[in-house]
Design a protein around this ligand. Sequence first.
Ligand code: MLT
Length: 400
Amino acid sequence: MPQLNENFLKLEKNYLFINIAKKIKAYSDANPDADIIRMGIGDVTQPIAQCVIDAMKKGADEMAVKETFKGYEDSGAGYDFLKEAVSGYYSSFGVEIKPDEIRINDGAKCDCGNIVDIFGNDNVVLITDPAYPVYVDTNLMNGRRVIYADSNEQNSFAAMPDESVHADLIYLCSPNNPTGSVYTKDQLKEWISYAKKNNAIIIYDCAYEAFITEEDIPRSIFAVEGSRECAIEMCSLSKTAGFTGMRCGYTVIPDELTAKASDGSEVSISQLWGRRQGSKFNGVSYPVQCAAAAVFSEEGLKQTSENIKYYQQNAKVIASALDEMGIKYTGGKNSPYIWFKCPNNMSSWDFFDKLLSEANVVGTPGSGFGKNGEGWFRLTAFGDSERTKEAMERFKALKF
Ligand code: MLT
């Protein structure tokens, strides 16, 4: 009989968004006429830019012609044309990343979860709380010790390092999911200095960088000095260009990033990650990589920024409704997420139930992202604009 990895038995029975989907289904089965507005999971609703779809179609057509047909991509790390496009995108905001420091993947979630394969199970993992559940879950699955840095109202949901605590791996996310807060350059400098003192590696998730509106907020940790020796960065086209159903993202591991093996030798993290991917991942489909490269073309960036503006407008609608109701919130400005305090000191799940049953609006309970999320709630700006307005009208009409 196989032994189970019993670490899985210590996890919540379902992934957060599966739990929420089950609750919505139970409610809509019992109330088939309810007109439910979904502002829970951060999934996009606007169609992908036409020039991106045209590039994907062209890529698909090439697969039907003997001379241009593609099988496996040799390196598994992504086609050069896409890695060059990503590298060019970084240059556009002043960050120099070599194409060979980039590996193309099927979205940030997979790499965020899988990167732990290359690190030993005795590492101490530091995660800001609240956090995207993938960071915590994937480390608990391997039985690692997870410690938390509190993000709360006092620090505007931007946790900072505690010098008295040691960590080997550090997860940071900016713009943050779920709180919408962002790290400034100075704050990232502190994290980099903490990582260096501890010989730690930062796993930096910037999946929402395209939503940054403030000029001086870094779009990449590599915009901050010293980061190349201590950070891995993960980004995705899911939110930037509406790829939640297409699946494409990228991970950047600088050449300088190394860690010491137990025999004292210096090991390249990029080499180790490449080795892991070589055995466990066969790359992203050619047509999707063609589409992804088109996102970074002049026309692609222009067209995709229209969708981002659309969502930013939704964020304003949500924020101004909360302002009107006198509810405290963060996010919305540099992020598609708005994170607010549940009215009347309600618990996150009680408020979820009230919002669903009395307004037929779905959001995400803050406590699903960690203990500091209790009493807080997340709405996404990724919805349809009319439905977002309607949802906020229903919210304002609630009686407490
Ligand atoms: C979320 O709602 O937090 C998102 O779905 C995250 C993701 O893209 O997996």
